[in-house]
Design a protein around this ligand. Sequence first.
Ligand code: BES
Ligand code: MN
Ligand code: ZN
Length: 496
Amino acid sequence: MTTYTLRKATPEKVRTDVLVVGIATGKGGALVPAPGAEPVAAALGRRFAPLLGSFGFRGSFGEVVQVPGGDKVNAARILAVGLGERTALTTEKVRRAAGVAARGVGNASSVALALPAVDAAHVRAVVEGFRAGLYRFDAFRSTKRGTGPADVVVLADGARRADVTAALAQATALADVTDQARDWVNTPPNALVPLTFAAEIETAVQGSGITFEMVDAAALAVLGCGGILGVGNGSENPPCLVRLTWAPADATGSVALVGKGITYDSGGLTIKPGGSMGHMKSDMAGAAAVVAAIRAVAARDLPVAVTAYLPLAENMVSGDAMRPGDVLTMLSGQTVEVLNTDAEGRLILADALTMAAREDHDVIVNVATLTGPCVVALGDRVAGLFGDDETVADVQRAAESSGELFWHLPIPDEQRDAVRTESKVADLLQHNWVRWGSALYAAAFLEVFVEGRPWAHFDIAGPAWNGGGPWGHVPSGGTGFSVATLVDLVAARAGA
Ligand code: BES
Ligand code: MN
Ligand code: ZN
């Protein structure tokens, strides 16, 4: 466990193992201390820039170098992080640089961060970035790697200001729940099946003021949730739906969050090629993000009601598995012709969206690792964002403070029409084999079940999982993508 404290202190005087400073570049590529680092540069005087330069450090974004503190600085080591051009410095770059720094501090037991912490938003970015950079998933290793420093001091001039102390508390609370979401995403699929995931969610929300309910497969059958059951049928591990409610007495509005919780996606009979299956344990990242978000909302005691609907299922192959050609009767009463068992997300989400649409919420937001084609369109760092203009604009505003990248994609009328007219046997066609614009078709399908309510859909198939090495503040594996944006979206509705 790492303790985070805010201090207003001059950085060169702080006794610590590692002092982190940000170094930007100015005119002609000159190394210039970023806000927070100036006193360190001043203490070292004219030696500082040449010292960094002698290690080949050029101040470009994401570079790191460590130098001894020497006699002018009380820290044993100084870790300089490159921030790139001074004029292009943003809060998001600070978040990413803090993540880079976290991976650079080695086995230091105390760290002081003298990164740009000029206001509450920057303090938040420093703490979120550093915490995310320290994230490791060691639950299934015999030998655990380091646990990170015991003490982290965040140096900020506003250390005693209420907005700044709140920013630190909120950032560490957000990091706690986001780490849990990452753990779930990283957990192997044999250790996280629908019912164990539900049990872990129940444990996670205990004592938080959030109500936990679980609708098991038998109860889903009574309700008529043909989508969730159709997908879950092929697995030995039965599906379920978890419903979480945060309903503060002073609630000013109500938000529904719906998260895709496929604990493993083999594709079903429309089976995936082997190479695409390896990280399909991450197909519950939407559900994990929604749980994390509602926990953060409750931890902050935000006066907005939030209800989470989490359809959990495993998409497998068996004699009971759903077939391409099957027709399912959904909770909405509509029939759906299934043409691709690998387009399972929209089927489980449809029932959950119907539940959400039929309980009175002001807005519905669903989060899903929905389509590979969205990754083809936007890459693995940007989520697809669909929905009505007003809700989309709210999400885009929230994403400005969270730093997460979303790109608004359209739902063309042709796709809407295709969903409703192209099945030869049922009310709706689950999938068409047109390869182009498949992320849009999936969104058009989901939209049917929202029944005209304000709605946004995040397709996080790309950014939920980092298949490469860590970068910036983003760890390898489960990233926790969209937790921060969801929380900021709810916070904005609370006027916080
Ligand atoms: N879980 C996948 C989507 C996915 C792909 C997530 C890659 C993360 C990385 C989803 O259930 C799926 O299989 N989608 C299909 C969509 C297609 C049927 C339009 C896909 O990606 O091929
Ligand atoms: Mn699939
Ligand atoms: Zn899937």
